[in-house]
Ligand binder design. Structure first.
Ligand code: ATP
Ligand code: MG
Length: 279
């Protein structure tokens, strides 16, 4: 028997978001997912970024050519042969405990459609996306196991997908580099998150996560400024480490590639802090 999607709402949905690019959103999704999966949790990663970095990381290099079932297809209600069952869009990755709802560049069409519908993110596009992200399309879903955590990798912009991801979330985590531009950009992001919270008060800003931390005066100054701001900031920071880039090339999370690297240890401590302090 197929379960009603509402039965899935016991899961914790977390969006990793920052309007700034290259701050470690996708890297954090990958490493959080791997750590939670190692703890025996069932994790669904949703790639909500048309760049599809997360999808590529899991081995799908040309998702628009090689995958029939991506988030873009799930949203295209008129697509020929479209399935109403989200389980048909969810891929078991090679990593035990981690499933993927992949993205492709086609996802950009959802935003173009919303722009055409009035130059702003249209309610229709948002509700379609919401349905995809929170209720898995118009149908019902029977995943192999209920998911404990859903991690949504957002694009570096405030798209319809980003709005939908925030709306669908219990927690928002903001990976951030400790520099002035990032700190200034957070004010804009927080205002946008708050505008979503007005219609969906469940959403909580779990905190900013300082990534690529390194022991320089500028980085320490940036960290101090961030901690003095109104944004909650996780105590744990993620150190800059070449092992991160190497592990992505190797198609592995740090847990497998270099568990004792600085960033590998930091990610474990961060997940422990998140589970203790926030959940
Ligand atoms: N702790 C770290 N140490 C060193 N390099 C890192 C670290 N975290 C991320 N990186 C590197 O920074 C780059 C950007 O990371 P990532 O793709 O995760 O950022 P993103 O925020 O998802 O980017 P985008 O906004 O384009 O989606 C990658 O090359 C990644 O390997
Ligand atoms: Mg990314």
């Amino acid at each position: 028997m197929r379960k009603d999607i509402n039965a899935m709402r016991t899961q914790t949905v977390i969006s990793l978001i920052n309007l700034k690019g290259g701050v470690g959103k996708s890297t954090t999704v990958i490493n959080m997912a791997a750590i939670l999966a190692d703890m025996g949790k069932e994790v669904l990663c949703i790639d909500a970024d048309p760049q599809a970095n997360l999808t590529q990381f899991f081995g799908y290099r040309d998702p628009e050519k090689t995958l029939d079932c991506t988030l873009a297809q799930l949203l295209d209600l008129d697509a020929e042969g479209r399935s109403d069952y989200a389980e048909d869009y969810i891929i078991q990755t090679a990593m035990p405990g981690i499933s993927l709802l992949p993205a492709s560049i086609d996802l950009i069409n959802a935003d173009i459609a919303s722009m055409k519908a009035g130059g702003r993110v249209s309610v229709k596009a948002i509700s379609d996306l919401l349905e995809a992200l929170t209720e898995a399309g118009k149908g019902v879903i029977e995943p192999p196991e209920p998911f404990d955590f859903v991690l949504i990798d957002c694009p570096p912009s405030f798209t319809a997908a980003s709005v939908a991801a925030i709306y669908a979330s219990d927690d928002v985590i903001i990976p951030v580099e400790a520099d002035l531009f990032s700190i200034v950009g957070l004010t804009t992001l927080l205002a946008q998150i708050n505008s979503v919270r007005r219609i969906q008060p469940r959403v909580r800003v779990a905190g900013a996560l300082i990534t690529k931390w390194h022991n320089t005066a500028a980085c320490i100054q940036g960290e101090c400024a961030l901690r003095a701001s109104a944004v909650p900031v996780f105590n744990q920071t993620i150190r800059r480490s070449d092992k991160v880039t190497e592990s992505i090339f190797a198609g592995q999370a740090l847990q497998a590639y270099s568990p004792q690297s600085a960033a590998g240890r930091d990610y474990r401590a961060f997940v422990a802090e998140y589970l203790e302090e926030v959940r």
